[in-house]
Design a protein around this ligand. Sequence first.
Ligand SMILES: *Cc1c(COP(=O)(O)O)cnc(C)c1O
Length: 398
Amino acid sequence: MPTRDRLAEITAGTHAIIDLDAYASNIQELRRRAGQGRQLMAIVKANAYGHGAVECGLTALQAGASSLGVARIDEALELRRAGLDGPILVIGPPNVAQVDLAIEHDIALTVATEDSYAAVVNATDRLGTRATVHLKVDTGLHRYGALPTLAIDLAQRLYDAPGVDFQGIYTHYSSADERDPEPTLEQIRVMRGVLDELKARSITPPFVHIANSAGILESHFPESNLVRAGIATYGLDPSDEVPVDDVFRQVLTLHSIVTRRFILEAGESVSYNRTYTAQQDEQVASAPIGYADGIERHLSNAGWFMVNGERCPIIGRVCMDQTVIKAPVELHEGDTVTVIGDGTDGAMTVADVGRLSQTNTYEPVVRIAARVPRIYVQNKKPVSWWVPILGERGAFEQ
Ligand SMILES: *Cc1c(COP(=O)(O)O)cnc(C)c1O
């Protein structure tokens, strides 16, 4: 069988390009801003916000992150299976039926409820091994976390449990991405109360961590020696009120291809429900990318793609698998289409897509689907590829 040219295959269709140099540089910048004596946990949950958890996880550790954070035990297992042996913390509520599995793979877990405490301690008793645990305090987000009284009680029990390495205590901000610092300062006050009480009991786990990306950008990290960065590592704004500056580089771009070029005659309309009708004869083109790939249906008659340096408005409804654009430019079937650019090429950025879709910057990247192949670039050269839907990845020969 002839060897397949994966680069040619992947770039002939819809695909994402992930710039690992940009990702590494964003991580180094966040570490610098977190300051001396603070480690950085790179958050690679949800497939590294759509960028690919294995490739990003490896790159993050090489770039100076000291650990990785994921939301689910399965996500940590994916990293272990790929040979990643650095520290991993599950920052979400652990699936109590998978706690044994997590412990066997040296995955640190978060405890914040009686159930999660019991699951971890029972597992260490039963397996005769040790578990690494971080305690999450609810200081005002009111999602997962233990309220201060329970947190202090759980901290004492974790500290006393013979099978537990009580490695960290943390909380999570609700509003660090807003300009008003008051909710954040209030959460810091609550956290300080918990830490003071624990100090009085001589319970001082090695890590205290509080800040997410917005918290780092706004320098909200008192008392902590670790920060947890997600969105800014990908070069994306936590919000319009707390954006990243120009030092950060957007890591992901999304591309497709012109599959059909044709003339839409005056009076003819496009796509489901005919929401766009040509006023005069115009050249249009279709691309094999739709809302099942992760671009939002909200972009119908609102967003644009770039082809050959020209802005081509999306016309009609974005379909599940295809989108039609108006193409006031010389183009050919097979030409490359930039769907999401990095801000330098006139294409929609992730922030543009978020605004047009009435969502944040997180959703557009997280939604990029498993059927979209990823190409990883270093030194401007493709170094590896991943086709999530096939579970296949590999390196390009250099
Ligand atoms: C997702 C998450 C983060 C990362 O947040 P960003 O805003 O992406 O930096 C940090 N901590 C916890 C607990 C999270 O769930």
